[in-house]
Structures are given as C-alpha cells and as structure tokens.
Design a protein around this ligand. Structure first.
Ligand SMILES: CC(C)(COP(=O)(O)OP(=O)(O)OC[C@H]1O[C@@H](n2cnc3c(N)ncnc32)[C@H](O)[C@@H]1OP(=O)(O)O)[C@@H](O)C(=O)NCCC(=O)NCCS
Length: 381
C-alpha cells in the first residue's frame, strides 16, 4: 500500500519561503512571534474587539464606528436563519457524517438560495460572504443537535455571534465568561495570512468562480489534521498522555518514530505563536474555574520538553483544544469552530483577490518519465 503521509523531499515542497502574492489583510513576523490584523497587533485586537468588530476590520479594512458596527452585527443576525430546504437536507445526513463534512456540504448547497454568479457586483459578493459567515454557526449547531437526536434550536437575535452559537448548541443562556472566551477564540482564529485554507480560497476565486465555491474549498482545506483538524487530535493526544508523568515517555516515543506532537510547530512561527500565548491564559483561567487542571499541567511539561528537544512551540490549536474541552464542547466541533472563526478572514481574502485578480497558476517541475512507448492493453502486465 502506498504511504500518503510521507514527507516531501522536494526542496520547494509546501511552497516554503515562496511569496505567492500581496495582501493588506494581516502580517506575520514568524521570527519575533508577532501577528497584526490590518496593522493592529493581535494582543490589542484580542483584548478590545469582539468577533463582529474584528470581522468588520478584516473585511472592510478599517475599525468600524459605533453605527457601522451596529449595522454590521444586525446584518449578521438577520442572516442566521436557514431555509426549510436546508434544514430538511441536514435531516437526511447519516449519523456517520462529521460536522466538517456537513458544514462543507451545506455551505456548498446554499448557492441554491443565494445566487452568486460571475457577473455579481462587489456588493453582492460581499453580501453572499456575510450571509455564509452568519449561517455557519447555525449549520454546525443544527447538524450537531440533529445528529444527536435533539431538536434544533433557532438562532436568537438578541445574542452575539459567540453567545448565540453556544445557545443554539445547548438551548441555555451561557455563563457570560464562557461566551466571552469563545468570542476571543473566534477573534484569534479569524485570520492568518496565506495559510492553506485562505490560499485555497484565493485560488478558487482567481478562476472567477463564485463565493460559495470559495467557502467550500476553504472548509475542505481546513479540515485536514495538519491545519484546522489539529485541535481535535490534540484532545485525543492529551487523553492518551493522561498524566504529567507520562509526557516524557510519550514525546520520546513519538519523536523516535518521526511522528508529530499535535498542536505544536508552525510553518511561519519559529518561536511562540502569539495566539497560543493568549489562549494559554484563557485555558488556565477556565481550567482553574472548573477545577480540572490536568491538561494544563500536561501542556506545561510538553512545552518544556518540546522546546528543549526540538525548539518547537505550541501553535494556536494546542491551547484552543484545552479551552474547548473546558467549555464542554464536543470534540467533533473543534474544527467547525475554527472554520466559523476563519470565515471572516476568508471573506477578506475573497474580496481582496477579486479586486486585484490574476489566475493563480504556478509552474511545476516535472520529474516523471518521458517518451514511453505505448503498450496495447492486452500486452500489459
Ligand atoms: C504545522 C506543521 C504542519 C508545519 O509543518 P512544516 O512547516 O512543513 O514543518 P516540517 O514538517 O518541515 O517540520 C520541520 C521539522 O520540525 C519537526 N516538527 C514540526 N512539527 C512537529 C511536531 N508537531 N511534532 C514533532 N516534530 C515536529 C519535523 O519533524 C521536522 O524535523 P526534522 O527537520 O528533524 O525532520 C507541523 O509543524 C505539524 O505537523 N504540526 C502538527 C499539526 C498541527 O499542530 N497543525 C496545526 C498548525 S496551526
């Protein structure tokens, strides 16, 4: 059987170090561990802005004034409901379908209600994107409840994006601290330059394909365990490690077999991921509140060993897994939460690409055979 996880030996593999285009959306300084959204540091944004305000900043390129933010938040609230047809479709999914698969499928199908075509204006594309951002939490919450044989709960227009998601999952108004933490988690995951999913979204748009196709591509790309699927794997790993004393033998075993410690390492950050620093504080706060600090203790030990042995640090997914665990969110929802958060960054990239577009089509270096002689099917072994 062919191994599909084998690391590429191609020195250009993974486009490392390649500048694939220009952007004004975010800036990452991987050596210093800095991240800026539209020029503002992530620390500033995470301590001062809600997800709605951050999304406005990413999409429109400036911080909103009070009226602009109110009208933007109201627009998202107005777009949260799913059509009867969409809800019916979710009911047809088998129990085997994961949340990410359901999200990818439903977002793609939204184009049947919400037409977006090649000739749509900038405003129409923007509105389509906002409608998708608004609906993603509803899709995830509806699917999660239906899959677990529960009645879906309608979105509540009095609640913010994060509060409403938690409400639709449980039917209860949440502890405000929990909703605020989820809101900050959305802010921290909203944008990150030409990461794999945002780049894939740009590739789709560069063919002048539509906004629904771009989101579908983005969700499919984010789903992989090397990108948005990592947090889910982090929790399984923490459960497997189980206690701080097991960290050293666990890491030694993984490294010996050239395996990966999930939630560690990053293509761009060669130091501590600034988002992980903020998430770590949130994870600690929640763990102490819940009197459940085991994973935080394991995390502390992992950090030390990984820094000593590999000079590799936690990325955004490591501490977000501990945050989600403490918010009592099902493991299956970790990647869809990342997708919901990244949905505003994707829209910023979609619009930036449409505004300054050229088909993305890099060169490849062919390293296969040439001039082979054709063999009749009956003569092939
Ligand atoms: C994110 C990631 C895919 C980046 O990969 P990349 O830039 O292609 O880095 P490479 O795969 O070339 O790894 C470079 C070196 O670091 C090591 N490394 C990177 N991440 C590692 C990890 N999580 N655990 C153990 N070793 C790791 C590799 O083994 C390699 O070591 P080597 O040079 O001795 O062979 C990678 O760090 C990873 O797989 N992390 C785990 C998954 C994850 O958390 N993803 C979420 C990212 S936000």
């Amino acid at each position: 059987m062919k191994n599909i996880n084998k690391k590429s030996q191609d020195k250009n593999g993974g486009l490392e170090g390649v500048i694939a285009g220009e952007t004004k959306i975010s800036y990452i300084d991987g050596a210093k561990g800095k991240l800026f959204y539209r020029g503002y540091s992530i620390e500033d944004i995470a301590s001062n802005c809600s997800f709605e305000e951050t999304s406005y900043l990413l999409i429109y390129g400036k911080l909103p004034n009070k009226t602009e933010l109110e009208s933007f938040s109201a627009k998202l609230k107005r777009n949260r409901e799913l059509s009867k047809h969409t809800i019916k479709m979710i009911h047809t999914f088998t129990k085997k379908m994961s949340s990410m698969e359901a999200l990818r499928t439903v977002v793609s199908s939204l184009s049947s209600n919400d037409k977006d075509s090649r000739i749509s204006s900038y405003e129409e594309k923007l509105n389509t994107g906002l409608s998708i951002i608004a609906k993603m939490p509803t899709i995830v919450a509806y699917h999660h409840r239906i899959k677990n044989s529960k009645m879906p709960i309608h979105p509540n227009p009095k609640l913010s994006h994060a509060e409403n998601f938690l409400y639709m999952l449980t039917g209860k108004f949440q502890d405000i601290d929990d909703a605020e933490i989820l809101d900050k988690d959305f802010v921290l995951h909203a944008e990150h330059g030409f990461n794999a999913s945002s780049f894939s979204v740009r590739v789709t748009v560069s063919t002048l394909s539509d906004v629904h196709s771009a989101y579908t591509t983005g969700i499919g790309t984010l789903k992989g365990p090397l990108h948005g699927g990592a947090a889910t794997e982090v929790l399984s790993m923490l459960k497997k490690i189980n206690k701080p004393e097991n960290v050293t033998p666990f890491v030694n075993k993984i490294l010996l077999s050239h395996g990966r410690i999930m939630g560690y390492g990053h293509r761009i950050y060669k130091t501590y991921d600034p988002r992980a620093k903020i998430l770590k504080k949130m994870a600690e706060r929640l763990s102490i509140k819940n009197n459940d600090t085991k994973f935080i203790q394991i995390g502390g030990k992992l950090e030390k060993i990984m820094a000593e042995k590999k000079n590799i640090y936690p990325n955004v997914d490591f501490y977000s897994a501990i945050v989600y665990h403490n918010l009592r969110l099902s493991n299956e929802l970790y990647s869809p939460i990342f997708a919901m958060a990244r949905s505003s960054g994707w829209l910023a990239h979609i619009l930036e690409q449409y505004q300054n577009n050229r088909l993305i089509r890099p060169l490849e270096k062919y390293n296969g055979a040439l001039n082979l002689k054709f063999v009749e099917i009956s003569k092939r072994t």
